[in-house]
Design a protein around this ligand. Structure first.
Ligand code: ADP
Ligand code: NI
Length: 210
């Protein structure tokens, strides 16, 4: 297979593996992250564009949130795919990036300083903030049947509500960007989250006497 054929087969593999995921983690998430990752990498020239594209396409296919099997099994399936596609030389780097991209995955393993991981992580995180990030968060919360907001929920920790998830994760992402371009892109999206929460609490606190 030539490079273009490999990309097409990686796309088919990812679409198949992600079918049944919520809309925030569907194929359009991959398309958005591909554009963001390519944009960041074009500006900063941090890693090989082809390897980056493969990593983005595959990055959510082993997600244990959606797979009945655990992530380890998911990584094995990615490895098998990459082997069959003639990508054995990229397996270690791509699997390392996929294992480390997750915000919730705090287990320390592998090279956290690989530029491939840094670009992939920034692109994935940008899609979790801004207007799209808000849509994804409420969609995921609905998918899990979580409440939109619990007024007396503790501000930190593993929140049950989606507004709680903003504080647990989304509001922190701007400060966790790895690249200069990622930081720049995060600014506007972060401000949008702040404005959104301000309006949310204004409406929630509506008092009939005012
Ligand atoms: P990561 O891989 O960085 O841990 P996830 O795949 O868990 O990220 O999350 C991707 C997106 O799914 C988040 O940005 C958010 O939109 C949504 N999400 C994940 N967990 C929750 C949650 N508890 N409540 C609402 N949205 C969530
Ligand atoms: Ni993702």
């Amino acid at each position: 297979m030539n490079r273009q054929e490999i990309i097409i087969s990686a796309e088919a593999f990812a679409k198949h593996r992600m079918s049944g995921f919520d809309s925030g983690h569907d194929w359009y998430h991959i398309e958005r992250v591909r554009k963001l990752a390519a944009y960041i990498n074009n500006k900063e020239k941090l890693c090989d564009p082809y390897t980056l594209d493969i990593a983005v396409i595959l990055h959510d296919t082993a997600d244990s949130k959606f797979n009945k099997v655990d992530s380890e099994n998911g990584y094995k399936i990615i490895e098998e795919f990459m082997q069959k596609a003639g990508l054995e030389l990229l397996i270690d780097q791509v699997i390392n990036a996929i294992k480390n991209v997750s915000f919730s995955n705090k287990k320390s393993h592998g090279d956290k300083n690989d530029p491939l991981l840094k670009v992939l992580q920034d692109a994935d995180r940008l899609d979790a903030i801004g207007a799209i990030g808000i849509a994804r968060a409420f969609n995921y919360g609905g998918f899990r049947n979580n409440p939109i907001f619990i007024p007396d929920e503790k501000p930190e920790g593993l929140s049950k509500s989606t507004v709680g998830h903003f504080n647990d994760k989304l509001m922190k992402l701007k400060g966790l960007m790895n690249t200069k371009t990622g930081k720049e892109l995060a600014e506007e999206r972060h401000r949008y989250l702040e404005k959104y929460l301000e309006q949310f609490f204004k409406e929630w606190g509506f008092a009939s006497s005012t």
